[in-house]
Design a protein around this ligand. Sequence first.
Ligand code: ZN
Length: 164
Amino acid sequence: MTTAFGDLLLGNQRYARSAPRPLQGIARAGVTIVTCMDSRLDPLGMVGLRLWDAKVIRTPGGHVTADAVVGCILSTHLLHVHRILVVQHTRCAMASGDDGALRAKVAAATLADLGSLTIGADPDQRARLQADTTMLRDQPLLAEGVVVGGFLYDVDTARLEQVS
Ligand SMILES: [Zn+2]
């Protein structure tokens, strides 16, 4: 087995000594957060929530992808979710250009050729956020009464702005 994960397994040993162990997989605050994979984001902390409070679905850009939609649907039927926040953020690479620009950025950084990989980048972030939240609101398989909001998180000020 590779030792590339040794420090992380060590970290887990420390964590397991005192980690909270909620017995149920529900979202105690009734919230699902769809947000970007960016390491500058603390999805729970940014809205004052903690472990056990919310479902968190992370995608590149915080885009509401097909898998994210499935997660939202299931969370509203099985996990007590009645509010969904879609949170995209400033300075996001996924909003810095189109797929061609991002592939060129990767090529410049590592010389890797991503070929025709579909990345799903979208430089019109606010329009994308609007479209993603509208698509979720129109999703007929969400549980009844679910509220969907679209938000932009500013990585410089840590403030959330409701966009849709
Ligand atoms: Zn991002």
